[in-house]
Design a protein around this ligand. Structure first.
Ligand code: NAD
Length: 372
């Protein structure tokens, strides 16, 4: 039997699942960034520890995927979900979508398998947030997981049944188009023939990006912590192999981070060879000031949440009044280079970094919606 106990600040929807509002606790962290609401779900019987962070619902319900990752602890997971969630608000706003930003994490090792009971408990947690948060896939969350969660609660996108399916190829398409725009802007080249691209991470997006880059004639250098993927890319695309630690400083015109965040830092930026950074990973900058470090070295940075918005644009199309229309979604993805062109132009005119301009455009749209 379901029970509710909101007075105690704890809302349990099944006897074993405890849902706690931890907004107050999160407020103490440097990455809090005025989140509207942060909620933890714990179910020790079913092996769930999850956090849902809702950064903003000003433009619409907060949409953002669920990441399943073996975080070292709760605090690390909380910091990650806050940063990711904040990024989703900017991503939706700059992409012109009627959506807010949110994100969720489950502390678990997806490679060790995701117990059905854990996902059931998570689905129950999601159901309690269905008016404010809509989830989708992210690292460690599969299409099959999304399909399963959708049987429990409607606020799940990126499903196969009547949904838009796997967002990763669409993210890769948007990243490819954005990378081409950045190359045009920084290197003055209209095509990618012979352009050297170093790709970090050969997962769902990185691999699909390599397919497009290879077809466009780019010369690839690749890495992944999974060596079988690196070998496969060498065979499939004639890619040069680099070690995970060597990829950032690889001889390349473009660096495409497509693994995890925080790779562009005070330590790594001085060693970059590339003149363009354009990849799909979220939160590529370790600190906001790393955007200035890149600009000072003459490296053009395509802000992550602009270039990797393809997947969000695709799943968001499911929520449009007429339902999912792939052609309409792809037409919107094709505008990513236009947004980047505007950012690059404004950054060149004002001397601000591309990251600052992207944040400013997103903030302008949110402020306009607030005052409307
Ligand atoms: N899938 C999407 O539609 C989408 C949308 C927007 C942003 N992103 C972001 O793009 C990135 C990649 O997403 P994905 O869906 O391809 O994830 P994925 O899990 O399919 O792939 C990630 C790949 O990176 C590799 N990797 C992890 N750590 C590494 C390291 N230190 N060095 C080299 N390789 C490493 C993994 O082995 C894996 O092959 C993530 O940051 C994700 O948040 C994805």
């Amino acid at each position: 039997m379901l029970k509710r106990n909101e007075e105690a600040g704890v809302r349990a929807v099944s006897p074993t699942l405890e849902i706690t509002d931890i907004t107050g606790e999160a407020r103490a962290l440097p990455d809090f960034a005025d989140h509207e609401r942060v909620v933890a779900g714990r179910d020790s019987a079913r092996g769930l520890t999850a956090i849902v962070a809702i950064h903003s619902t000003v433009l619409g319900p907060a949409l953002g995927g669920t990441r399943v990752w073996p975080y070292a602890g709760f605090d690390e997971a909380l910091t990650d979900v806050l940063r990711l969630s904040h990024g989703m608000t900017n991503k939706a706003a700059i992409s012109g979508l009627p959506l807010g930003g949110g994100k969720a994490v489950i502390i678990a090792d997806a490679r060790a398998g995701k117990p059905r009971a854990m996902l059931e408990a998570y689905g129950e947690m999601l159901a309690t947030l269905r008016d404010v948060y809509v989830t989708a896939e992210d690292v460690g969350m599969s299409l099959a997981d999304a399909d399963f969660l959708h049987t429990l609660t409607p606020n799940v996108t990126g499903t196969t049944a009547g949904g838009s399916g796997n967002p990763s190829p669409v993210t890769a398409e948007g990243t490819f188009l954005g990378l081409r725009a950045a190359v045009r802007h920084r290197l003055g080249r209209e095509d990618l023939a012979g352009i050297r691209v170093a790709v970090q991470g050969l997962g769902a997006v990185g691999w699909a990006l390599c397919e497009r880059l290879h077809a466009a004639g780019a010369a690839l250098t690749v890495t992944d912590i999974d060596s079988t993927r690196v070998e496969a890319a060498a065979t499939e695309f004639g890619a040069r192999k680099a070690g995970p630690d060597a990829i950032l400083a690889a001889e390349a015109d473009v660096l495409a981070p497509c693994a995890l965040g925080g790779v562009l830092s005070e330590r790594t930026i001085p060693a970059l060879e590339a003149k363009v950074v354009a990849g799909s990973a979220n939160n590529q900058l370790a600190r906001p000031e790393d955007a200035r470090r890149l600009a000072d070295r003459g490296i053009l940075y395509a802000p992550d949440y602009v270039i990797n918005a393809g997947g969000l644009i695709n799943v968001a199309a499911e929520l449009s009044p007429g339902g999912y229309d792939r052609d309409a979604a792809m037409a919107k993805v094709a505008t990513i280079p236009d947004t980047l062109d505007e950012i690059f132009r404004r950054a060149a005119e004002t001397g601000a970094t591309t990251a600052e301009i992207a944040d400013a455009i997103a903030a302008e749209r949110i402020a306009a919606a607030r005052s409307a």
